[in-house]
Ligand binder design. Sequence first.
Ligand code: ADP
Ligand code: MG
Length: 294
Amino acid sequence: MIDVRDTSHLAVPAAPATSEGGPDATGAHCPIEVRALTRRFGDIVAVDRATLGVNEGEIFGIIGPNGAGKSTLIKMLTTLLPPSSGSATVVGADIVRQPAEVRRHIGYVPQLLSADGSLSGYENLLLSARLYGIPHRERAERIARALARMGLAAASRHLVGHYSGGMIRRLEIAQSLLHRPKVLFLDEPTVGLDPGARKAVWDHVLDLRRSFRTTMIVTSHHMDEIDQYCDRIALIDRGRIAAIGSPAELKAKMRPGATLDDVFIQLVGNQSETETEEGYGDVRRTRRAVREHG
Ligand code: ADP
Ligand code: MG
């Protein structure tokens, strides 16, 4: 155990999965409740009346083709984009009326590259610590713990420009953890990573959930990892939630032996993606391409 936090909430029994949000069986509110949340860009309805609830400690996957609205939904929940209509609360705080309160409780790893390649891993974390207002006397210890938690202690003084794609992603997750958020948003954390680097990212995600019961929303195009690691998923197609449930529930609605790939293709059609282990420049290109062509 590398990090220390109040774990009294661990005693709360797992809430039953609800897709509607609202109070759970214990009367407590879900850490994420989304009601008819909508975002338009001109004529485009990027997110169309999304309604869902995510339970404490849940790893909730959002899948869907490029341009489906996954990042836009996450940007609204992280208070980076105002919704056009609808509402949502994150850890009980309203995303429109209490954005500062929401930000205090969340970590966000954006789809696009956010680490600075011209700085070391440690220096990147120092910038984040300042950004999050972590008191000066606590910074060194928090940074050391975040680096150790993400398996980056040995590389902390190396330039991030020399990191592999998997190390960069783990560094970005470390940055998002410095203020010990209750809820973490990970937008395509494994895009462009080889299977070993993808597994390392997920191992760290599972470790966070195990240690702190962190609630997580994760997007990915890799159906195998969504199937393996997510408790529930929402499939988004052209801004609308086309299906919601556990991977097993969604597969059971298809035919016997169906995979999540089958679910995806049946509901939204076909798509392809490449998997390669990348360096910093490749990561920048890949994530830019996702933005420009997504
Ligand atoms: P995804 O993350 O699922 O690939 P996005 O949420 O990035 O999808 O995009 C959803 C839709 O909204 C797309 O049609 C995209 O082009 C559009 N969109 C996203 N951001 C903007 C923006 N800032 N301005 C205009 N259109 C946008
Ligand atoms: Mg996206």
